[in-house]
Design a binder for this molecule. Structure first.
Ligand SMILES: NC(=O)c1ccc[n+]([C@@H]2O[C@H](COP(=O)([O-])OP(=O)(O)OC[C@H]3O[C@@H](n4cnc5c(N)ncnc54)[C@H](O)[C@@H]3O)[C@@H](O)[C@H]2O)c1
Length: 266
């Protein structure tokens, strides 16, 4: 795929899945803006992109802050021109200390919804006029298989990701007359810093996993849950993003694609 002369923004692009998406888009020729609260990590990822394509910038965006999102949109336009590709990837699994608790607090509910759902709405709104003018925008929201079905453990996280799937459909319908396509991806099990914390939560709170390391819990879950018997990688998700923002998917909008080795088949 070729994204030469296109401008991409990746929220949460400094680490994990977002980093892989940013690197892949740069590898295919896009200029990439990394929007992340973690400025130090964003600088490192931007330096990697510079080596690939020489075309990167960063903004210390907190997606929960609409003013910062507006600033991000203005900086992107000034640095590269209007955005073509927006990847809403920034996400959290709870408020401070969530992985040491066996229950969700009110703060977990509030902050997780603010980042995972309202954050997507904030960034999308901030870039709306740029995409509207070019009439060719493409948006991918990163949801999760946790949003496909209710289950115990992290109800606030699952509910927020179900909301991302619904938000994707609403935005796709709203933006279709503007020729802007909006899709979502549900990643499966990926060994990132987020899953390291998920794993430690299992070892601390679930007697089934006592004495195991976070990585051992992860491997056990891959073995038990994933029909293809292999973990997903950030690069797997990045490849799916590239398809959904390319011309090859020109007639696809409002869809949610599982990248999960067959975990969910709906
Ligand atoms: N790791 C998995 O197994 C998995 C599975 C399904 C879905 N996901 C989703 O994929 C996305 C990326 O997850 P990851 O595993 O790479 O996590 P990660 O923790 O490794 O990276 C998340 C990035 O988002 C940034 N971020 C957090 N809050 C932010 C905010 N308010 N504003 C801007 N940036 C912010 C962090 O600084 C970090 O760079 C998330 O939406 C997550 O819910 C992950």
């Amino acid at each position: 795929m070729n994204f030469k002369d296109q401008v991409a923004v990746v929220t949460g692009g400094a680490n994990g899945i977002g980093r892989a998406i940013a690197l892949k888009l740069a590898d295919q020729g896009a200029a990439v803006m990394i929007a992340d609260t973690n400025k130090d990590a964003a600088i490192i990822t931007a330096a990697e992109i510079e080596e690939i394509s020489g075309n990167s910038a960063i903004h210390a965006t907190d997606v929960t802050n609409f003013d910062l999102c507006t600033e991000l949109a203005a900086l992107t336009a000034d640095s590269f021109g209007p955005v073509d590709i927006l990847v809403n990837n920034a996400g959290i699994a709870g408020s401070s200390g969530w992985h040491s608790r066996s229950f969700s607090t009110e703060e977990d509910w509030k902050l997780t919804y603010q980042v995972n759902v309202i954050g997507i709405s904030n960034v999308t709104s901030a870039f709306r006029s740029q995409m509207q003018n070019s009439r060719s925008g493409r948006i991918v929201n990163i949801a999760s298989i946790a949003g496909r079905e209710g289950r115990p453990g992290l109800p606030h996280y699952s509910a927020s990701k179900a909301a991302v799937i619904s938000l994707t459909q609403s935005t796709a319908l709203e933006f279709a007359p503007l020729n802007i396509r909006v899709n979502a991806i549900c990643p499966g099990l990926l060994w990132t810093s987020m899953w390291e914390e998920v794993g430690s939560r299992y070892t601390e709170n679930n007697s089934l996993y006592k004495g195991m390391s976070a990585r051992q819990v992860f491997d056990a879950m891959v073995e038990e849950k994933i029909p293809l018997k292999k973990e997903q990688t950030p690069e797997d998700v990045a490849d799916a993003v590239c398809f959904l923002v390319s011309d090859e998917s020109r007639n696809i909008t409002g869809q949610t694609l599982n990248v999960d080795g067959g975990f969910f088949m709906r």
